[in-house]
Design a protein around this ligand. Sequence first.
Ligand code: SF4
Length: 213
Amino acid sequence: MPTPPFDDPAAAGSVCATALAGAIRGCRICAGRFAATATAHEPRPVVWFRPAARLLIAGQAPGARVHASGRPFTDPSGDRLRDWTGLSEAAFYDLDRVAVVPMAFCFPGYDAKGADLPPPPVCAREWRGRVMAAMPGLRLVLAVGGAAQRWHLGTGNVTQAVAEWRDHAARGIWPLPHPSWRNTGWLKRNPWFGAELVPALRQAVRDVMEDGQ
Ligand code: SF4
């Protein structure tokens, strides 16, 4: 493993990102918060990024299935998101091109109605700026759900942000609703999403993924 000083900035960035990923994997900031939930689980950060990433999927937080698998979007939401983006499983999990960095790295637990709790804000405060800085080649960001849109776009109004997708996409940030089954009604009420946004998104993703740079 190279040691400082680095002649090659890319190698230095890679080592920094590796150290950062390791620090996040060891993070236990929310241990008390998670222990107090009905599942009383321990933190299990799902860390999925490398410095070479060109496409970032910025989601909410892992659900229970992803908490168990340790791999992002191994659930029906992931199937729907892959369909929206046109990415095969192999491309979606290609760490040298795609990063999956949610607003919290750990499963937050359930609320009283059995829905996932929101991502603990402390996670983005602690880690997100540094993770973003560790991926200098990002060209496309998919901001999935209100929490990611608040951070990347400064607005948490999902319907409005997604309706204005053309303006945001021009800056390389695509606001998307969360692909959870809970949003199936939203998708039916907004048929332009599937008819207009999804085909344009697939093209944008294809352009970035296939670019030989
Ligand atoms: S959610 Fe984030 S801040 Fe909380 S324990 Fe997991 S990695 Fe740490």
